[in-house]
Ligand binder design. Structure first.
Ligand SMILES: [Zn+2]
Ligand SMILES: [Zn+2]
Length: 367
């Protein structure tokens, strides 16, 4: 254990040195804003924004056909002032500009170090990726298995780390930053605290390591870790089909049947709702099966009127960029310092645990 901690510090220190190796590497480290728009591996890359806009336009055309539809323009339909100029949206814009610029120098090295250690740990726990290698498959079967394993690993890791953040109070305080958005725009997807990013990456890398070991056992050779942790073709297509409508005011449901298989934008909006009926529902990213298994799936039968944000939390807690960074640490410290009985108090009442793991509830005793 001590060896691993020393190795982690070594790795993080070497990553921290990278941006300062040359002027070009420093510019690359602070170039998070253009990278977020141009790098197809990032969720906010331009093809996903454009395709979401195209789907929004189709929904606009459908809405205009409804009897009694208002004659508003596409701009008013897709970019209403009350959403895009809301104080919560303005905090999003400022936070994302600052966070993307600083992250490469300030905390991405920690993410990279934790990801590396987590992946190594999973490989060593699973006995080494090559140890159980069997006979090699043909290249097509090989590629297919890798794609499917990668997709399942990424999707379950995303679901599971999200689930854990709602389950444990200290993690919830950092995830609360994302839920504190009172209106949602595509920028809200990046309203994520650095600690949440570190946690997500570590969980993803750990499960990625287990996936790599499974792949080695099936395909007969090792896999490049970047392929397992990187973007998968299924995830790419999922992003193309309206990923940015999830963080928006535009309702897009997949219907009752498909919503049991894939998480629709409407289902993620329900995840952000302040209505107690919606607490701790729809943690999933692409597949709905994880929510089905964990009994947290909520499928809307019809269009629902939603209010986003946090119930029972002072809006001032997240009203500025500085607050988004600092408030979770303040709340987590207060929780950890609380006497054990008080710290245990937020647990859901007996019998409700399966459906009421809510961070919304967990926050209440802290106020
Ligand atoms: Zn959440
Ligand atoms: Zn969200």
């Amino acid at each position: 254990m001590q060896e691993q901690i020393v190795a982690l510090f070594d790795k993080v220190a070497s990553y921290f040195a990278v941006p300062f190796a040359s002027w070009n590497s420093f510019l690359a480290a602070i170039g998070g804003v253009p990278d977020a728009l141009l790098n197809i591996g990032t969720i906010s890359a331009w093809p996903y924004l454009l395709s979401s806009m195209a789907i929004a336009y189709l929904l606009y055309l459908l809405a205009r056909r409804q009897p009694g539809a208002s004659p508003r323009s596409f701009r008013a339909f897709a970019f209403p002032r009350e959403v895009y100029r809301h104080r919560s949206a303005i905090v999003d814009y400022k936070y994302v500009l600052i966070d993307l610029t600083l992250q490469g120098v300030v905390y991405v090295p920690v993410i990279a170090g934790c990801t590396w250690l987590s992946y190594k740990l999973a490989l060593s726990l699973s006995g080494g990726a090559a140890a159980s290698a069997g006979a090699s498959l043909n290249p097509l079967a090989d590629a297919l298995i890798l794609t499917v394993i990668t997709f399942i690993v990424i999707d379950f890791a995303t679901f599971f780390s999200h689930y854990l953040m709602h389950r444990f109070p200290v993690l919830w305080y950092f995830h609360e930053v994302h839920h504190s958005a009172e209106v949602m725009t595509p920028v809200t997807v990046l309203r994520v605290h650095p600690v949440e990013k570190i946690f997500n990456s570590a969980v993803g890398a750990f499960l990625g390591g287990l996936g790599a070991a499974a792949y080695a056992a099936i395909a007969g050779h090792k896999v490049d870790p970047l392929t397992v942790i990187g973007i998968d073709i299924f995830v790419f297509y999922f992003r193309v089909f309206g990923i940015h409508l999830r963080h928006s005011h535009i309702w897009l449901s997949y219907g009752t049947f498909l919503s049991h298989i894939l998480i629709s934008p409407a289902q993620h909006q329900i995840h952000h709702s302040v209505d107690p009926r919606h607490y701790d529902k729809n943690f999933g990213y692409v597949l709905a099966i994880w929510d089905l298994l964990f009994r947290s799936l909520y499928v809307p039968r019809q269009r629902e009127s939603l209010q986003f944000g946090l119930a029972g939390t002072d809006p001032k807690d997240y009203s500025s960029v500085a607050a988004l960074y600092i408030t979770p640490f303040r709340k987590a410290m207060r929780h950890l310092r609380a006497p054990r009985s008080a710290a245990a108090e937020p647990a859901a009442p007996a019998g409700e645990a399966a459906v009421d793991l809510s961070g919304h509830k967990l926050v209440a005793p802290d106020k």
